[in-house]
Ligand binder design. Structure first.
Ligand SMILES: Cc1cc2nc3c(=O)[nH]c(=O)nc-3n(C[C@H](O)[C@H](O)[C@H](O)COP(=O)(O)OP(=O)(O)OC[C@H]3O[C@@H](n4cnc5c(N)ncnc54)[C@H](O)[C@@H]3O)c2cc1C
Length: 525
């Protein structure tokens, strides 16, 4: 392969391709816009990528690649010209950015994490980070946008954070007393596991207004879509975020997010989305007043033909029958599933796509803390109702045992009163900011069996937060009730009781990994 290039071309290619003569190679040290344009051209060329790189990019005096330094603006221009001839939005997936978004409310964070394809979020953890560390102004870190000017808001939010701050050392001390360090446990592992438990117990005090930080890694197309969705939001905070995020993305992948707010694409789409939501809201039948509702999982609907469909889908690639005919045949579902998954050794070994032919709709009622966790699953359809305080709250039993429930509840009650006053005066959308994580929310989840395996095997692990662990266990139990054979291969769902200290065994395993890593460094240094 390499012989087709002259000496200067080979030197250039060696800088930007991981090899010159094999059929698999990676690009390096090229701006994303050049990689994006290069791949776009590649898909329309009979030549290999190295040839396209040399002929259409290296030889382009415009791009400045010959000197080794790329002229970014010209590269952007070039990409736009390539795009004109392409006509498919997928080329906007060819560049990505790492975007940090700081000091946003949890309400806005959930909007940022809503994307399903193309964006990977990571958010500050309520299990490992204390949320009572004040901001630069010495005040607790919660959202205080001008739209929330209401006399009840800040006193209630200050009260929640003050309670969190006072209770944390007390709860930690009690947790450590109840769960003393075990003989074979390191000081680090014990401190970390007990601290995580204390923070888990108190997270219900945090309001949806709590500020958090997120890292988003995503491609241009997904960011563009996210920006448009944020621009259509009812929350002013999200609309402001949309323009702030756009301004930063324009500095790193401008060609890929250029349409987010233009008059032809982005703006009309945001307006279309916003108006649609308004019109739909006006059509809601008059609801009966909501009353306190216990946490719960309800399997609303499932497919009675699921076994037949899954078995047919599993055999389809090995058969020459049309799908409908395969579905009509008598097949031993258990044997098919055993053949495909009988040797599965851990939850990371994937289950077949055939399981996607069975779907389930659940309605969940649980505290907002648990919703925050499960909302992160992207391979499903879920929508929540507005946060409020009518459905009641969850009080961790340990806090009652420690005699600390009164202070926890007093802060929740004050926040609930503020939420009601804000809902009355400013509307229920803005009142969501005042709702602590302990209060319950209703949402639906529609997912297929393959995602159910993933979610339930991951979320029933004993190290998980008990609130979401219970939900995942219950979802699995209800599906197993209606489809026992389809669930028979979900061997890594843990329906047992929780660990007495959730993070204890994970921290021990971390100790072992750290020891291995240090030994490894030790021997090589
Ligand atoms: C114990 C625990 C601790 C956690 N701590 C944190 C934390 O501190 N901060 C935080 O932000 N989150 C945390 N999470 C949430 C976690 O990062 C995931 O967002 C969440 O568990 C959803 O898992 P998932 O991405 O595997 O599932 P799904 O989104 O349902 O995806 C299912 C599967 O599809 C594939 N997939 C989906 N999207 C992509 C993609 N874009 N690229 C590649 N593959 C994809 C993957 O194979 C994935 O496993 C934690 C989760 C657990 C269980």
């Amino acid at each position: 392969m390499a012989v087709e290039f002259g000496q200067a071309e080979r030197e250039f290619l060696a800088r930007h391709c991981t090899n010159l003569d094999r059929r698999v190679f990676a690009l390096r040290d090229l701006p994303q816009v050049v990689c994006g344009a290069l791949f776009s051209r590649y898909s329309r060329s009979p030549e290999g990528l190295r040839r396209v790189l040399v002929d259409e990019f290296w030889r382009q005096p415009d791009l400045g690649l010959r000197g080794g330094e790329v002229d970014r603006e010209r590269a952007e221009d070039f990409y736009r010209r390539v795009l004109v001839g392409y006509g498919d939005d997928s080329v906007a997936e060819l560049a990505s950015a790492h975007l940090a978004v700081e000091d946003v409310s949890n309400l806005a964070a959930k909007e940022l994490e809503r994307s399903r394809i193309g964006i990977s979020p990571l958010e500050k953890s309520t299990r490992y980070v204390r949320f009572d560390i004040p901001g630069p102004d010495g005040r607790p870190r919660y959202y205080r946008g001008p739209e929330l000017a209401h006399p009840a808001y800040e006193p209630a939010m200050d009260g929640l954070f003050a309670t969190y701050a006072t209770l944390f050392p007390e709860v930690l001390e009690r947790v450590r007393r109840e769960h003393p360090r075990e003989e074979d446990e390191s000081e680090r592992a014990w401190r970390s596991a007990t601290r995580a438990r204390a923070l888990d117990l108190l997270r219900g005090l945090l309001p949806a207004a709590t500020l958090t930080n997120l890292g988003l890694h995503g491609n241009g197309r997904a960011f563009e879509r996210l920006l448009v969705r944020l621009a259509a939001s009812q929350l002013p905070e999200c609309r402001i975020l949309a323009s702030e995020m756009h301004a930063e993305l324009l500095q790193v992948i401008p060609a890929f997010v250029q349409r987010a707010f233009d008059e032809r694409h982005g703006r009309p789409t945001a307006e279309y989305l916003a108006r649609g939501q308004q019109r739909a809201a006006a059509l809601v039948p008059q609801a009966a007043s909501t009353t306190v509702e216990p946490r719960g999982v309800r399997l609303v609907s499932f497919d009675r033909d699921a076994e037949r469909r899954v078995a047919a889908a599993a055999l389809y690639p090995h058969s020459d029958l049309p799908l409908a005919e395969l579905e009509a045949r008598e097949v031993d579902v258990g044997a098919v599933l055993e053949a495909l998954m009988g040797e599965r050794r851990n939850r990371r070994q994937p289950v077949p796509r055939a399981l996607e032919h069975a779907t389930y709709t659940f309605e969940l009622t649980a505290n907002f803390g648990a919703y925050r966790d499960l909302q992160r699953h992207r391979m499903l359809t879920q929508e929540r109702q507005l946060l409020g305080c009518e459905l009641g709250y969850d009080l961790p039993a340990d806090l009652v045992g420690y005699g600390m429930a009164d202070r926890f509840l007093a802060a929740l009650e004050e926040a609930a009163a503020a939420q009601r006053a804000i809902a009355r005066d400013l509307g229920p959308v803005l009142a969501q900011y005042a709702v602590p994580f302990a209060f319950r929310v209703r949402w639906y989840v529609r997912l297929n069996l393959r995602e159910l395996y993933h979610l339930c095997e991951l979320r029933t692990g004993p190290q998980g937060h008990p609130d979401y662990r219970w939900l995942a266990q219950e979802m699995f139990r209800q599906v197993r009730e209606v489809h026992p054979r389809l669930c028979s291969q979900a061997r890594f769902v843990d329906l047992g009781p929780g660990a007495e200290l959730e993070r204890r065994s994970s921290e021990r395993r971390l100790d072992q990994r750290l020891a291995r890593a240090y030994n490894c460094y030790g021997s090589s240094m």
